[in-house]
Design a binder for this molecule. Structure first.
Ligand code: PLP
Length: 460
């Protein structure tokens, strides 16, 4: 806290003046938010001085942990050297050029053309707009339809929210329905009943193909997919799902967008996981969050050279301006932080560290399966979730499951651990610097919290 900060006054200001993302509007004046005011390494402190192990890296993003002075210093240096200039048309900044080259080097094969945005949502929006531009400019203006999945989360701009598929997020907003379609969630835990995982994969791939055929391949522009659905519940599709869905897309000239906002930047032990982890090379890759370790807002799309070449220097295309971008696209300070993030990740061998502690993290979490309220524990390296299933309902989460997730969240907080309760599950995505000892501490607190909830609810 700063010397003159008064907690009661801050709570009043928060409940009176702020509209939070995902605010419960029926509680807007009555909820007392947790004011996080200090942070160091793996830990954050609230305004009352309580210290928490951060099990969620802020929001899947503070991958290098808190208090990294090299990141703060490079913000200061760039702010003093040149804080901002327009990125539009033929203008650029040194950090934007340097970072674009670095991202092209880290991205697979010919994904070399980088377009910066301010966030994951604006990156998703920009990728989808690029795809529409591409097909308009290459003489296929009917190729407009986008296929996404139930349980996907791609962001909160109009189009990104429309392609997202989390049912409980579909509230009183409007969503684009004319050219957006959702196919089934690849959630083996909930939906793979009475069949093998391979048969489930066959079903999912056939559903994609059937959907393309139903809309008409000449009308389908792209398929967008997170390699592992993150806030939809750390849903890991069956093996070969991505390779097979990509093959279907290739067959029908449908572009494949891989949303690596969460799975990129080390969380699965790679800068980008599409190629090394899932064996696919998409047409467009999306990154944000860990790109700056959460120290600055920044997103980017990385596009295959072939797509950009097909619409560049075309004498038949007049007014061929890619009129998409933001005042702060590729902001010099944010790009400088991303460059430093990449350097630090390489110096500190963060991807190697994740490869070493990630399997231990998942193994430790699996010990939670002994409790009757825990339905599933799943994850990959440093992204995981605990799904509650109180009533053993095999199909959809019930209100009881959701209430349990909230209770576990509250007990975790009481025991000094921050997790993220989403519907009937707790997501976990700690900073990538987490040690084995901190993993043990995190899991021990989850054990305590789950036991406390079982005892409070008289569940054996
Ligand atoms: N894509 C994925 C996979 C995400 O998880 C998120 C955010 O959680 C987004 C896109 C949107 O990113 P942002 O919140 O930075 O707009």
């Amino acid at each position: 806290m700063r010397p003159n900060d008064d907690v009661d006054d801050l709570v009043h200001k928060d409940s009176t003046y702020l509209l939070h993302p995902w605010a419960d509007l029926n509680q807007i004046k009555t909820t007392s938010s947790l004011i996080i005011s200090q942070a160091e390494g793996m830990y954050v402190c609230d305004s009352e001085g309580n210290r928490f192990l951060d099990g969620i890296a802020g929001m899947w993003c503070v991958n290098l942990g808190y208090g990294v002075s090299a990141l703060a210093d490079c913000m200061h240096e760039q702010a003093m050297r040149m804080p901002y200039y327009s990125p539009f048309g033929a203008m650029t900044s040194i950090p934007a050029c340097v970072l674009a080259e670095k991202l092209a080097e880290l991205a697979p094969r010919s994904l070399n053309r980088v377009h910066f945005t301010n966030s994951g949502s604006t990156a998703v929006d920009s990728a989808l707009r690029f795809v529409q531009y591409y097909f308009n400019a290459t003489g296929k203006p009917n190729k407009k339809h986008i296929i996404s999945r139930i349980d996907a989360y791609h962001g909160s701009t109009y189009l990104a929210a429309s392609v997202s598929g989390k049912r409980r997020d579909k509230s009183y907003f409007n969503y684009e329905k004319n050219f957006v379609h959702h196919i089934s969630s690849p959630n083996c835990y909930r939906y793979c009943k009475g069949i093998t995982t391979n048969e489930f994969c066959d079903q999912l791939v056939t559903e994609l193909e059937d959907k393309i055929i139903a809309i008409g391949p000449e009308n389908v522009a792209c398929f967008i997919a997170e390699p592992i659905l993150a806030s939809g519940g750390v849903i890991i599709p069956p093996a070969e799902y991505h390779q097979r869905t990509l093959a279907v897309c290739r067959q029908y000239n449908v572009l494949y967008i891989s949303d690596e906002v969460v799975t990129g930047f080390g969380r699965l032990g790679h800068f980008f996981s599409s190629e090394p982890h899932f064996n696919i090379v998409p047409d467009i890759l999306i990154t944000a969050k860990g790109l700056t370790s959460g120290y600055q807002p920044l997103g980017a799309i990385i596009i295959d050279d072939a797509l950009v070449s097909a619409i560049s220097h075309q004498s038949n295309l007049h007014d061929n301006f890619f009129t998409n971008g933001y005042t702060y696209s590729g902001h010099p300070i944010a790009c400088n932080v991303a460059i430093k993030t990449i350097e630090l990740m390489q110096e500190k061998k963060i991807c190697e560290h994740v490869k070493s502690v990630g399997p231990y993290f998942i193994k430790q979490l699996e010990t939670l399966l002994q409790y009757s309220i825990v339905g599933d524990v799943r994850g990959d390296h440093l992204m995981a979730c605990i799904e509650y299933n109180v009533s053993s309902s095999e199909i959809e989460p019930t209100d009881a499951d959701i209430a349990i997730a909230q209770k576990v969240d509250q007990y975790c907080q009481r025991y000094g651990l921050l997790v993220r309760a989403i519907v009937d599950l707790c997501d976990l995505s700690p900073p990538l610097i987490i040690t084995k000892e901190e993993i043990e501490q995190l899991v021990a607190n989850m054990h305590r919290a789950i036991k406390a909830v079982q005892s409070e609810c008289n569940i054996k």
